[in-house]
Design a protein around this ligand. Sequence first.
Ligand code: FAD
Length: 493
Amino acid sequence: MDCDALILGSSFSGSLLGWILAARGMRVFIVDRGRHPRFAIGESSTPAADLILADLAARHRLPELAPLTRWGSWQATYPQLGCGKKRGFSYFHHRPGEAFRDTPDHAASLLVAASATDAGSDTHWLRADVDTFFCASAARAGAIVREGCEVVEIERRERGWSVRFADSSEGQSGAQECVKAPFLIDATGGGGALASVLGIKALDDTLLTRCGAVYGHFRGVGSWDRLQEATGNFSTTSPFRSDDAAQHHCIDGGWMWILRFRDDLASVGFVQPTDVCRRWMSGESCSLDEAWRSMVSAYPSLAELFDGSRAVRPLGLVPRMSRLWSRASGEGFAMLPTTAGFVDPLHSTGIAHALSGVQRLADLLLAESFDEVGWQAYGEAVVDEVTWIDQLVSACYAVLPDFDRFRLASTLFFLATVQAERGYGQGETTTSQGFLAARHAPLRAALSAARADLVAGGEALPDRLRDRLAPFDPVGLLVPAARHRFAHTAVDK
Ligand SMILES: Cc1cc2nc3c(=O)[nH]c(=O)nc-3n(C[C@H](O)[C@H](O)[C@H](O)COP(=O)(O)OP(=O)(O)OC[C@H]3O[C@@H](n4cnc5c(N)ncnc54)[C@H](O)[C@@H]3O)c2cc1C
């Protein structure tokens, strides 16, 4: 069978690209080894993701996509698709053996609102529902989708690619299909279907962030806001309720995320250094469930929060999350960004980065004449962006458990985010400015220098960073009078 673009992986990024291309008249074929609906991790979206989705909906005339760009329109249009409200990012500093305490100056917390209202807020995606929706939309637009199929062979031909695959339930002896296409897009995420076939070099060990995660879906997780209010601490609810946000509970060595969906469902995960996660994986001293319980019980406020909760599926474990391939595009092939590389869930870059690749590849594939230079530049940019995210995220881990410096390191990340989002709001795309403003050379140089300063530490660090970064701080993230509370940082969608 011949098609114009063959996409490996039908998760939201592969499916959305397939949806756009099919809706614009291309013959698209999508193959996935799994079947929808299925559990997937990576659920917390961001203003950058919303802005890219809004751009895709408008430019490719997909009105069905537009409601997913805000919590309010999502609820009104697709109440059946699982979604959580995300007013912003909240961070809390826990010490082992001590109940969480904050001060009037918020010494132990940071709340960064993205959106100013509930209706305009970001979302957490219940991936089983959202990925199914994108894949079904691609099929409705005309893409041919094969689920539950294992790739058997990928072959480079003179004019494109030939891929053979078979129904995974039948094994290699089952009936096989072969599809030929001039363009092969790898959207298999950590599956890395293409890199191994092409012998692309892994750059995982060049990345500075080295964490793993243990995670699951839970019911019965208590309300962090109500727990704090009961102790007389009201610092978690302004400028937004932290139950309506991505909660980051910073602990020794890492942090825990809590993302709340409807019907009492919550996504929860611990991020810890890779060597700790490898020990959990080996089960040498205890089972994964025991490791989880001992992490929770080490922090009394978390123990109270999880008292009476239960996991609704077995815990998942990824001992090392950061990975990167040295090439993300070449003759007739490209990887979506989260296939080319991924750093860490801290600050939620994955969904937006994946969507930025959909935005760029859709433009390249739909152009009237093929832009060979642009195609190569896409791949180089994506690899560079993963190293840029790594620079910013690894700084946060490098300074833990010093929460003051962790907040400053997070602020460096938010400065890049604010710059990028303002660019998108003014009509720039990830082709012009890169992801997370990676192509903004002055900002990148200033943040890189600030990162080195921050990791080295020393006296009057907040003042030094504020002076150095003032030209890049339009919303006053480094202004001490804000006392670690920011009511509105994102551009309005
Ligand atoms: C623990 C953890 C937490 C995260 N939290 C966040 C977060 O809060 N916010 C955020 O923005 N990002 C987060 N991420 C990142 C996020 O998960 C990814 O960015 C996102 O899942 C990428 O989506 P994708 O569509 O590119 O690929 P994936 O979701 O990885 O999907 C890949 C698809 O390819 C299929 N596949 C794999 N191999 C093959 C093969 N050989 N042949 C055919 N099909 C194949 C799979 O079945 C799957 O459907 C997190 C990541 C991890 C590991």
